[in-house]
Design a protein around this ligand. Structure first.
Ligand SMILES: NC(=O)c1ccc[n+]([C@@H]2O[C@H](COP(=O)([O-])OP(=O)(O)OC[C@H]3O[C@@H](n4cnc5c(N)ncnc54)[C@H](OP(=O)(O)O)[C@@H]3O)[C@@H](O)[C@H]2O)c1
Length: 272
């Protein structure tokens, strides 16, 4: 899928990975709508994209609030038109420091699931039908390795990400023509990571802008990022920036030095 002129909705777009993804997809020519709860942070994220020449809008809303979902879908459609790319990125850890499961309040687990699973489900329901009717669209679920590995104190959040992954696979199995996949972004230097592990060595964490570049490449690549996949951003090789080959460089030198056919041939310029 070419992102240029596509309409993109990203939940949790005011900070961290969602903000970086908004910048990346706007740079690629997408019309980007960002969702977040804090108006000021959202305005800043939108203004930064616009200042760089991109097209962006913000919708202040809580993805865990049932009443907000149709408003998000309606406002996004009014702002940019039918959504082509939906990224479920907003997420909560629940209370921090993160408690053991035995100490987790049921209400806290409910809230984690409202934001991380039920919100994406409701928003998916509001938007995926139109994508299926058009036989086009991409839905990305931002997951975590905590959805696969069982780490003490990550049980509530991890269970929500496992549910999100499975919902992603099921949407993929059910929605013809819509590409649905989930991504484990890996550990990134963001506010969420700082809240979860305040004493982490930040230099060992990925830059969310690098992860965003990888996810943008996944969205663009239906072959390497097929429907139903669960992808790890760290394992995604970005296409290398083309560099002149040694032969090409030698050929250029030879060609410049002699103007010879041999030089042009080495530079790949010889004609039959
Ligand atoms: N950082 C990591 O190391 C890491 C590792 C694995 C997976 N992930 C996943 O990657 C994604 C992005 O994480 P991040 O680290 O970039 O997080 P972040 O820095 O905390 O940013 C979260 C974004 O989501 C918004 N948000 C949070 N709750 C929301 C709600 N209820 N409704 C709407 N927006 C909400 C926040 O804005 P407001 O607070 O203003 O709403 C913010 O824009 C998440 O799904 C996370 O689970 C992160």
């Amino acid at each position: 899928m070419h992102i240029a002129d596509k309409n993109v909705l990203i939940t949790g777009g005011s900070r961290g990975l969602g903000q970086a993804l908004g910048q990346e997809l706007a740079r690629a020519g997408g019309r980007v709508v960002l969702v977040g709860r804090e108006a000021q942070a959202l305005d800043r994220a939108v203004a930064e994209i616009r200042a760089a020449g991109g097209r962006a809008h913000g919708i202040v809303a809580d993805i865990g609030d049932k009443q907000a979902i149709y408003r998000i879908a309606g406002q996004a459609a009014a702002l940019v038109g039918a959504i082509d790319v939906l990224v479920h990125n907003a997420s909560t850890l629940g209370p921090t420091p993160m408690p053991l499961l035995l100490d987790t309040e049921c209400e806290d687990l409910e809230r984690i699931f409202q934001v991380n699973v039920i919100g994406p489900f409701r928003l998916g329901k509001a938007l995926a039908g139109a994508m299926a009717l058009r036989g086009a669209g991409v839905i990305v679920h931002i997951s975590s390795d905590a959805g696969v590995e069982a780490y003490p104190r990550w049980g509530g959040y991890g269970a929500s990400k496992a549910a999100l992954d499975h919902m992603s696979r099921t949407w993929a199995a059910e929605l013809a023509g819509v590409r649905v996949f989930s991504v484990d972004p890996g550990e990134m230097d963001t506010a969420m990571h700082a809240a979860a592990i305040p004493d982490a060595d930040r230099s060992a964490l990925a830059d969310p802008r690098d992860v965003a570049r990888r996810i943008a490449a996944m969205i663009a690549d239906p072959v390497r990022a097929p429907s139903g996949a669960r992808l790890a951003a760290s394992a995604w090789a970005l296409a290398p920036v083309p560099e002149p080959s040694i032969d090409h460089a030698i050929g250029q030198v030879a060609s410049q030095a002699t103007g010879s056919d041999a030089g042009r041939a080495a530079a790949g310029e010889a004609r039959p």
